[in-house]
Design a binder for this molecule. Sequence first.
Ligand SMILES: [Zn+2]
Length: 125
Amino acid sequence: MFLTFKYYCPKCRVLLNKSQYVELLVFAEEDCITKIRFNPKPGAYDYTCDPPIEFDKGRKLNFHCTDCKTDLQSPQFPDFASIIMKPSEQISFEVLFDRTAGQHATYVMTEDMVERDASHPQDLL
Ligand SMILES: [Zn+2]
């Protein structure tokens, strides 16, 4: 396992970690509705929202970079958001996570490997 989990915006490459959390914006249509902070450890699903907000279960959330405000929706897998994880300078992974509220799934992607860590049986590939 990796000792540090650092995540970057795929567009502007800004570091998305803020102290012990990863911070992203959640948009509804054109408006930012809250800032979400979640545990950077893959497989951990605790998060907080500022301002606090209850997401309707099953709702698709739009995650955006806190810096360049880019929509992080994966072009390849539209139901997922995509960010970059770099365990070291030379290695980077694409990390996909489900945009559906209440759906706990993280997929770590590399060029020829897909490592699954999901709490629901839905198949991605
Ligand atoms: Zn960005």
